[in-house]
Design a protein around this ligand. Structure first.
Ligand SMILES: O=C(O)CCC(=O)C(=O)O
Ligand SMILES: [Fe+2]
Length: 346
């Protein structure tokens, strides 16, 4: 057994949730990581061309029906996405002891560690993650202490990736607002300092993919999540009455899904869709998620223009941080937790 998996098993319980398994050291899926994986269905996501004159209404329909779509002509240069992917592989292919130098602190959100959503599940996940909120200068120095050029390259590409993903996500958010016949005055805070997390996900090759889960079924806490996945499939969305719909990688596309906060904002009109990432026994898969949320001080509640006597506000106002905290306790039931109760208190 590799030293990391050994120290993992013997580490204090809070660290068990931060240090990923040394995946290369195991030949079978350990009990701690064993899942029952429901098979996937057939089907595909709507593919929307952002330059299509009908893009707005296509996005609205996709967000109402499934809560996810694939997008082309999104504006993020393909060569930049390829560079981000290459740097992501560079990071996750480092030896485990080196990655652990950039370990996320137990209560932190940036750095290397188990997936952010590990705390939702009792079984461990077959994946590792690295998150950042801007250029990860300090972590890059810990990851490549003797390669200053590599540190600079990593930081520059990650910074540029975040800038371009931000621009594209803001463009899609604007289309979403307009698709609901709303204007900038209804969401003035979108002009402010929106917050985002840039999360790199790694799903190592798994000897028994039918017994392990990369990311368990979850909804995102964000307004929108925009994902770049390379040429390897694994992401699946749960369609009502359909089952797990696999996302077939189409070169140059991004995958977009509605998060819990956008579902609150649209008074439940847009679906925060359950999704998962499965693993395979031939390819090391990576993905890159731009997790886009509101400014930290903005209370998200159903937009007034989307509510009326027939559609009273379904949810209580909440800021992103408090929602994320509640989610660590209530998991996929958090939207229900923020539902307005029917009877008012006397
Ligand atoms: O790896 C993927 O394709 C999905 C990532 C994801 O769902 C997430 O980061 O929340
Ligand atoms: Fe997700």
């Amino acid at each position: 057994m590799g030293s990391v998996s050994y120290s993992y098993q013997n580490s204090p319980s809070h660290l068990k949730h931060v240090v990923p398994l040394d995946f290369n050291s195991v030949k079978t899926v350990p009990d701690s990581h064993e899942w029952v994986v429901e098979p996937h269905a057939s089907g595909s996501l709507p593919l929307i061309n952002l330059s299509d004159p009908n893009a707005k209404s296509l996005i609205r329909q996709a967000c109402e029906k499934l809560g996810a779509f694939q997008v082309i002509n999104h504006g993020v240069p393909m060569n930049l996405l390829k560079q981000v992917e290459l740097e992501t592989f560079r990071l996750f292919n480092l030896p485990t002891h080196r990655k652990l130098c950039a370990l996320r602190s137990p209560d932190g959100i940036v750095g290397y560690g188990v997936p952010r959503i590990q705390c939702y599940f009792s079984k461990l996940l077959w994946s590792e993650g690295f998150s950042m909120m801007k250029a990860p200068v300090e972590h890059a120095a810990q990851l490549w202490p003797h390669q200053p050029d590599q540190q600079t390259t990593f930081c520059n590409i990650m910074e540029e990736g975040q800038k371009e993903m931000k621009a594209s996500t803001e463009r899609m958010m604007k289309l979403i607002v307009e698709s609901l016949e709303l204007g900038p005055e209804d969401v003035k805070w979108l002009k402010g300092e929106t917050e985002a997390l840039f999360a790199l996900n790694s799903y190592p090759i798994c000897p028994e993919p039918n017994k392990a889960m990369g990311l368990g079924p979850h909804t995102d806490t964000s307004l929108l999540t925009v994902v770049y996945q390379s040429s390897c499939s694994g992401l699946q969305f749960l369609g009502d009455g359909i089952g797990w719909i696999p996302v077939h990688p189409i070169p140059g596309t991004l995958v977009v899904n509605v998060g819990d906060l956008l579902s609150i904002l649209t008074n439940g009109r847009f679906k925060s869709v359950l999704h998962r990432a499965v693993v395979n026994d031939t390819h090391h898969r990576v993905s890159v998620a731009y997790i886009y949320g509101p400014p930290s001080d903005v209370k998200i509640s159903p937009l007034t223009k989307l509510t009326d006597d027939d559609h009273p506000p379904l949810y209580r106002p909440v800021v992103w941080k408090d929602y994320a905290y509640a989610k660590s306790k209530h998991h996929n039931n958090t939207l229900n937790f923020f539902k307005n109760t029917k009877e008012e208190d006397p």
